[in-house]
Design a protein around this ligand. Structure first.
Ligand code: AMP
Ligand code: GLY
Length: 425
């Protein structure tokens, strides 16, 4: 079968690698892809938001299945456009991708269906938000309603900070139209866990858990990024946590979306916080996490195309997901300066070492092929994933492999997965 993957980051490389591992994939295209994806798929120079071109390409090449990776095209309705052209597509329609596209929507949904999450208020007017904040308990969390590359969340410790935050989001519009509306949320504390799932509209199947590291610097210091590294499974995602989430969160979310006339078909990513009072939903995403996909997919035993077919056909109840009884750690190699300003165009050396190394993956995030070879082309450049029988072993392997590749300006966190040292083994 002919598969088209939309997107061009590390997540899409991990998806493409899984698809390439399926016996059923005869030909893989990726729009726009990147230098690493280009080694297993044919990259086509079409951006993820160029819907007309994507639809025309999929028709012309008689694509059997399109998999949409990133949030922007999903929230913008690419699935609907492909479906309208009679094409088969994996990813939620616009009316379901709103689960990620609007924080106000997702909070209202959780409230209506009693899904555990932080208490909140929604505001359309900055003055009203300010009046409320004067009475609110600090710290408090401000969230731009719409998509903001994971950056539209401000944690404010004082009323002054909160007032500045309202200005940033609602008046200065730092996150654009995403800040036309704002959610003010109760501040919670606890460990964070990412749980990804396949959903067919009715049935949900949970993948192995993972944990991201969102801050740029060691010790969770510095600015928020798209994610500097991950590990899977999370040892903090215990049987008790799973039982609670199965009972109160996962199926409840799928049922809520169906009841609202917005059946969700695709990936739901549950961003959870394990608080003293039990697990709470921090956020939903309507897609694979990046770099969660880079540690979860290499551990999945199922043929990804079989699972995706079951999601589209509504037969996921017949599928059991299976994961290797091992662990994976992904360390992001970034350009020094990310997430602010950084230079790119530096040549990347040492990639060939991954070709023959079993259990090691080098997922490209921001790279480009030039006449001089592969060069850096983004803030997050590569995601080096390694497997191990334990998290400790996977972590040692990932850091060893992170040293195989080199480029000027290379930066990585040194403490990805360090939290697992706190766990008794
Ligand atoms: P979100 O995009 O909603 O997941 O928020 C990004 C990050 O902000 C999360 O991963 C948390 O670290 C933090 N965060 C979001 N909401 C809260 C909250 N209610 N309490 C504490 N931290 C939060
Ligand atoms: N790693 C977090 C995200 O993909 O949103």
């Amino acid at each position: 079968m002919k598969v088209l993957i939309v997107g061009g980051g590390g997540r899409e490389h991990a998806i493409a690698a899984s698809v390439a591992g399926s016996k059923r994939a005869d030909k893989i295209y990726c729009a726009p892809g990147n230098a690493g994806i280009g080694q297993i798929a044919e990259c086509v120079p079409i951006g993820a938001m160029e819907f007309d071109k994507i639809v025309a390409f999929a028709k012309e090449k008689e694509i059997d299945l399109t998999i949409v990776g990133p949030d922007d095209p999903l929230v913008g309705g690419l699935t609907d456009e492909l479906e309208a052209a009679g094409l088969r597509v994996f990813g939620p329609r616009k009316n379901a991708a709103i689960l990620e596209g609007s924080k106000a929507f997702s909070k209202d949904l959780m409230k209506k269906y009693h899904i555990p999450t932080a208490a909140y208020e929604t505001f359309d007017e900055p003055q009203e938000a300010l009046a409320y904040l004067k009475t609110a308990k600090m710290p408090v969390v401000l969230k731009a309603d719409g998509l903001a590359l994971g950056k539209g969340v401000l944690i404010c410790n004082t009323l002054e900070e909160a007032a500045a935050g309202v200005k940033t989001i609602m008046e200065d519009k730092k996150f654009g139209a995403a800040g036309n509306r704002m959610v003010v949320e109760e501040f919670m504390t606890g460990r964070e866990v990412s749980v990804l799932s396949f959903v067919d509209g009715r049935t949900i199947r949970i993948m192995s858990s993972a944990q991201d590291h969102k801050r740029a610097l060691d010790g969770n210091q510095g600015l928020n990024t798209g994610g500097m590294g991950t590990f899977s499974p999370s040892p903090f995602y215990t049987k008790e946590v799973d039982a609670f989430c199965q009972e109160h969160i996962y199926q409840a979310t799928v049922d809520a979306m169906a009841a609202e006339g917005r059946p969700f078909q695709g990936i739901i990513f549950f961003g959870l916080m394990l608080t003293e009072n039990g697990p709470r939903v921090l956020e939903y995403n309507a897609r694979f996490g990046d770099p969660e996909a880079q540690v979860v997919l290499p551990r999945m035993k199922n043929d990804i195309l079989d699972v995706i077919d079951a999601c589209i056909d509504g037969t996921l109840d017949k599928v059991e997901l299976q994961f290797e009884d091992n662990a994976a750690v992904c360390v992001i190699l970034a350009s020094e300066g990310y997430p602010l300003s950084y230079e790119k165009g530096f040549s990347v050396r040492g990639l060939e070492r991954f070709e023959k190394a079993d259990g090691y993956y080098c997922f490209h995030a921001g790279t480009k092929r030039t006449e001089e070879g592969i060069v850096t082309n983004g803030g997050r450049v590569l995601g080096v994933t390694a497997l191990g029988t334990t998290l400790q072993e996977a972590r040692a392997n990932a850091y060893a492999a992170a040293g195989w590749v080199d480029f000027d300006n290379k930066y990585m966190r040194k403490d990805i997965g360090k939290a697992i040292e706190e766990i008794e083994v």
